[in-house]
Design a protein around this ligand. Structure first.
Ligand SMILES: NC(=O)c1ccc[n+]([C@@H]2O[C@H](COP(=O)([O-])OP(=O)(O)OC[C@H]3O[C@@H](n4cnc5c(N)ncnc54)[C@H](OP(=O)(O)O)[C@@H]3O)[C@@H](O)[C@H]2O)c1
Length: 509
């Protein structure tokens, strides 16, 4: 039986989407392609407008032309449907102005008023695709222009922001204060695009709609977790950004801790946004904070040196453009976290992420405890491979279960075998981009897939101590790894000390 958990396709009220940072990379690569696909699939509101706001001078026609060229390059379906684009692009216009200039916001208000429809003028989604240092100023200016009301006034107004949400706890708090001066927390939609991925959303469905697994989802049955988010690419042209961020801020503070909280949280009382986010925060708060001694034992950082990835030579991080030649910024992090609650007491959660690794993959490996007694010790050695469940978040999205089976024949030989479920095989190759789902939910006002203020701040609390322990501490020789390998040797030692090994991420074709 198919069971629909929401009310089906959401009926969206007419609205205008205002993109600040309209000439930027995010707008061209993600936002416009996502909106185009939503329109193509008839998921946009019956009436809508998209206004791009940026500094550079250009006409509506010029901006549409640029967006069309970008769509040809970045659309997930090709070729772009000319007729659909023609209709869609009629709803798009460009508003030139400086973010500092109050007059520019007044022009924006005039533009919105010119739409001649109350909902298009009053239901406003502000997408802040600019540098985070400009968020506070934009929110203040749209408020002063009468476009953003805390009480909602007539219609609704929402502010969508992109990570990074600050660079430490203090700056995150400061940003949250700036945003909530002019908007209620319920009007702020913080995007971690990982939460827009079908496979990440499926973690909750999988856990809470399958008694067979949820019954085992605790310290009695699970030995440990391995959460891997690896990238084959190096930092490339993003050296300037990466020098300020590093892997801990760029990946662990958000994507990895988000995945961890979904994997480990308690069942929510309902599927509404606040109930789910309450449980995620509760889980994040139960992660044991690491003392400087714990950090030395439980956290490994690394930086890539020159090597080869898939036969392609790669420079070392310090040789990348806009990177200091003596930089100590980490391009790899592995850590062991413990969760102090009833369910997970004593179960290690190993997290790792890095650049220039052999594969681009994201997965959660659940390693079950071994059987208490090995009947086949003579044939198999003292240890049979314990069962493992792998949630493959990307690519080849799906779920795999490893168990032991008898090899056919007269001899009594046991070996691990796997059962694979694949999204594509089961549901066809419909994989909407995360941004499509997130934009849709933001227009609908459903905050489930967005990160709440206390989630952001709790996650920073976890990583801030680590950052402090590293600051001013140069990398040692053991912390470098060659591009194309699975990270520094210290990361293997992290697991070996507890008798574990990193499992190579599963590749299912
Ligand atoms: N790119 C991605 O894939 C990606 C992924 C995740 C998160 N993000 C986040 O998304 C945000 C945008 O990233 P991006 O890569 O798209 O940035 P970007 O390419 O540097 O674009 C910045 C945009 O901001 C506008 N802008 C800057 N200063 C302005 C001012 N004073 N007045 C008016 N407009 C101004 C620029 O307009 P002009 O060109 O007219 O100056 C440009 O449209 C950042 O917070 C980033 O961290 C991006």
């Amino acid at each position: 039986m198919v069971c629909r958990l929401d009310a089906g396709r959401k009926v969206l009220e007419p609205c205008s989407i205002i993109i600040f940072g309209a000439s930027g990379d995010l707008t061209a690569r993600k936002l416009i392609p996502a909106l185009y696909h939503l329109y193509k699939e008839k998921q946009m509101p019956e009436a809508f407008r998209v206004i791009g706001f940026a500094r550079r001078e250009k006409t509506d026609a010029a901006w549409r032309g640029e967006l069309r060229a970008a769509l040809d390059q970045f659309s997930r379906t090709k070729p772009v449907d000319d007729q659909v684009w023609q209709e869609f692009s009629q709803q798009i216009s460009y508003c030139e102005g400086d973010l500092n200039d109050a007059a520019a916001y007044r022009s924006l208000e005039t533009r919105l008023a010119s739409f001649g429809s109350e909902p298009l003028h009053r239901n406003l989604l502000f997408y802040l695709a600019t540098s985070p240092s400009q968020f506070g100023q934009i929110v203040e200016q749209v408020h002063r222009a009468g476009l953003l009301q805390k009480d909602g006034g007539r219609g609704w107004q929402r502010v969508v922001i992109e990570k990074p949400f600050g660079h430490d706890l203090e700056s995150a708090r400061q940003l949250n204060r700036e945003l909530t001066r002019y908007a209620h927390e319920q009007q702020v939609f913080r995007i971690d695009h990982y939460l827009g991925k079908e496979t990440v959303q499926n973690i909750l469905m999988f856990r809470f709609s399958n008694a067979v697994f949820e019954r085992l989802w605790n310290r009695e049955s699970i030995d440990h977790f391995q959460i891997t988010v690896s990238e084959k690419l190096g930092v490339g042209q993003r050296g300037g950004y990466y020098e300020e961020a590093g892997a801990l801020r760029d990946m662990v503070q958000n994507h990895l801790l988000q995945v961890l909280s979904l994997v480990a949280m308690e069942p929510p009382v309902s599927l509404d946004a606040e109930s789910i986010r309450d449980e995620k925060v509760k889980l994040l708060k139960s992660i044991r904070l690491l003392s400087p001694e714990d950090i030395a034992r439980q956290v490994v950082r690394g930086q890539y040196v020159a090597g080869t990835v898939a036969g392609e030579p790669r420079p070392g991080y310090r040789q990348e453009p806009k990177v200091k030649p003596d930089s100590n910024v980490e391009t790899y992090v592995a850590l062991k976290l413990l969760i102090d609650n009833w369910r997970w007491s004593g179960v290690p959660f190993f997290l790792r992420t890095g650049k220039n690794l052999p594969l681009s993959t994201s997965e959660v490996r659940v390693q079950f405890r071994p059987t208490p007694h090995v009947l086949f010790a003579a044939q198999c050695g003292p240890k049979l491979d314990p069962n493992a469940l792998t949630l493959r978040l990307q690519p080849n999205e799906g779920i795999s279960l490893r168990f032991n089976g008898k090899v056919p024949g007269a001899s009594l030989t046991v070996r691990p075998v796997r059962m694979h479920f694949s999204y594509d095989a089961e549901f066809g190759a419909y994989t909407p981009e995360a941004y499509e789902r997130l934009l849709l939910e933001a227009m609908a006002g459903d905050a489930t897939l967005f990160i709440r203020r206390d989630e952001v701040e709790t996650a920073w609390q976890i990583v801030d101590g680590i950052r402090k322990a590293w600051d001013g501490n140069p990398l040692s020789n053991r912390e470098f790894y060659a591009a194309g390998t699975w990270g520094p040797v210290a990361a293997d030692d992290l697991l070996a000390s507890g008798g574990h090994v990193w499992r190579e991420p599963l590749v299912v074709s």
